[in-house]
Design a protein. Sequence first.
Length: 463
Amino acid sequence: MLDKIINYVSDNFSRKRSFFLGLLGFLILFSMLDGFIATFISDASYRGIIYIVICVAWFAFWLYKRNRLPKNKKRYIGIVICIETENDKQKIRLKNDFVKRIRSLVHERNLNNKINIVLLSNYQAEYANRIIEHYVKNKQDKSAVLEWEKIRKRTRGHFFVYGGIKERQDGDNRYYFDLEAVVIHAPVQFPTQRQIVQDFLSVWYKQISFQEKIEFKGFQFAADAIFIAVQYVVGIAALVSGDIALALGLHERLNNDPYFSRFNPIPPNLLHVKKKLKSLLAEENFLIAKAYSKQGLFDEAIKHTDQSLVIEANYGSYLLKSIIEFSYKSNPSEALKWVYRARELSRDDGTWRYNEGFLLMYTEKFEEALRVYEKIAITSFINEQNILIEIYAFNDELLKKEPSKVQSYFIIGYLKYKKELNYPGAWDYLEKFLLKSESDSKYRILRERAQTYKEELKKLMDL
């Protein structure tokens, strides 16, 4: 009986009627105790002030509790459960079977230090759901966005599960979960955002129903299904937000999740997850390997690159293998082999051709290299400007380590001329190349080209 009273008060405390009932209770209490209090405070005006202060304090406390939402811990992924229930039995099942199951899954997957479950009370869920639903339907409405941002900031949530539980007679008594979700990620371009939505829809169970007689198993199934979606979609959000280590950790655990082994055959939505996980894990291992490579931690870079290629042959890892073979193992001929393997998976990306051109130049196959650079000059691809910045930095750094590799001056000068139309910059680097290479006959063909380009630049700059 006491538990029911406590639950009722907890769920309804934030409603307006609770404030007025509390206020009425104080007024009744004051009237009953006024004679007793008068023996200590005889001035009625003073007693009135005290009563008003208590009522104002009650209002402030009620307002605080009404607007307060439970908050996720700092540096944790907050999974906010905003599920409305119709009665006390459902509230108990939601807390003891559903949320408890999700928390046990977090513990079993060793995610205690990464994921935190935040459960809203029934009133808080009603309040949050109303705002989230309005935001989802009216994302261009500034007031809807502002209200949503308040909810998000007050909870520090990253993944919001919202909706409700119903019990209905359908031959027998059944529970119905009607659930939606919102996932937070860094701002991304529209195609990426659309892909996240599609991935989410492919794995999410919008409605789950089960008989009351198997309610324990039913709530567990609902929790398991949602936790699969959480790991998958939050991992994708982490990936596009730049937290690659978190994305890899979530997706590795999900890939080995025993949940998948329960089904034979695997349902279509879970089959999609398993297939997509393969390419995601390959990409995430590659991105982590790339980060290690930039830090000069090549042993770690090799480990993750190899892991990426074990999972799935992919363009990025082949290119990174080429970089590792050149920069770490000092084996340019082997590096070139990996470039040609990358070429087979390049699609519209031309980064591999920059690597090929450099390696041919480095190994002094100048005629072949020039043909590659001529091809580079007449083709383009997305984000090529970023690749050029990396190419310039790499060659400038190489010249510091190996001053004799003066062909790097030619490479930078050529690219500034043909790809950027940076005529003064191109002139400076071609001048440096001609100066540094004048005593070495092996650079004859490059020197002839450099002289030709300088004549062209003279005309273009009207020198």
